[in-house]
Design a protein around this ligand. Structure first.
Ligand code: ATP
Ligand code: NAG
Ligand code: NAG
Length: 271
């Protein structure tokens, strides 16, 4: 969301000039992954059998998925002024993401909620990680609120472990002022509710063999941002069916961003 005042206006003008259709405000994190047989005790050194560095952060993940589907994207975030930060910026560029608003700082990077803004038209809010006392303005100011089961539980205080539970939670969130509420349910797909169609609807997904579901939620949100920006005439239900499909592809490969499909790898009827 652009801040008001001069910096905000300059930012909007620059984004408009670059014509990014999906602008993600969120985190870029470097994952340092060590595979070990157990966790070390405090102060203990143990041998690992594998180590790798991955690009993560919920905001950047979502941006990468949208970009790989063909969206013109821009990532608004801060990374450290160090080699990880340099590598991350390179990763964004490799994914054709504009880094004009990707800043570097000597302060530690902070992972916070991510907000997707597409050219002042639609805002998609992904309250991750969720907090129970979220500022009520987030509900009224976002066009679309999309969260997973545990986030829905934190936000509503209700138990969410089935499509019918999720339906009840969407009704509570809608009462707080959201236009559209979506709750993702892993292998069960998602549940949607909108002011236009105020009856919760379950959108099931493909039955696939999941090998690694890490980052599935961000693949889903990134795909949804892509459809909101590039196919605004599709019904919400159709956008969600397609986002389910894309996220289901991502769970069939290992890793987070490494499992996100490109447009060229997907069926033509998704575009
Ligand atoms: N096992 C699965 N089979 C098919 N699709 C899946 C599976 N798991 C997740 N998905 C797809 O990914 C979407 C998001 O999954 P989920 O609700 O688990 O999000 P999440 O908890 O935020 O994910 P994560 O935290 O693992 O990144 C689902 O709505 C669905 O479309
Ligand atoms: C939902 O997302 C949060 C991150 O905000 C994650 O910690 C949690 O494990 C996810 N819940 C489910 C059910 O996958
Ligand atoms: C979307 O719908 C509007 C109004 O129905 C129409 O004018 C416009 O051409 C459509 N856009 C696309 C890309 O189909």
């Amino acid at each position: 969301m652009a801040a008001s005042g001069e910096p905000g206006r300059q930012w909007q003008e620059k984004v408009a000039a670059a014509a990014a259709a999906v602008v993600v405000v969120g985190s870029c994190m470097t994952d340092l992954v060590s595979l070990t047989s157990r966790l070390p005790k405090p102060g203990e050194t143990i041998h690992g059998h594998k180590f790798f560095i991955g690009f993560g952060g919920k905001g950047a993940n979502q941006c990468v998925q949208a970009a790989r589907l063909g969206a013109k994207t821009s990532m608004v975030c801060k990374v450290g002024k160090d080699s990880f930060g340099n590598d991350y910026i390179e990763n964004l560029k490799q994914n054709d993401i504009s880094t004009e608003f990707t800043y570097q700082t000597k302060d530690a990077a902070t992972g916070t909620a991510s907000i997707i803004v597409s050219n002042e038209v639609k805002t998609l809010f992904n309250p991750a990680p969720a907090i129970a006392d979220l500022d009520p303005q987030f509900y009224t100011l976002s066009d679309v609120l999309c969260c997973n089961e545990s986030e829905a539980e934190i936000l509503t205080g209700l138990e969410v472990s089935s499509p019918s539970d999720a339906g009840k939670a969407t009704l509570v969130l809608m009462e707080r002022g959201c236009q559209v509420v979506i709750i993702t349910l892993g292998a069960e797909g998602c549940v949607m509710l909108s002011q236009k169609e105020p009856v919760p609807k379950h959108i099931p997904t493909e039955n696939v063999k999941a090998v690694d579901t890490t980052g599935a939620g961000d693949s889903f949100v990134g795909a949804l941002a892509f459809y909101l920006a590039y196919y605004p005439n599709l019904s919400l239900e159709e956008m969600l069916k397609r986002s389910n499909f894309i996220a289901a592809v991502s769970v069939q490969a290992i890793g987070t961003q490494s499992s996100y499909p490109y447009k060229k790898d997907l069926p033509l009827d998704l575009f």
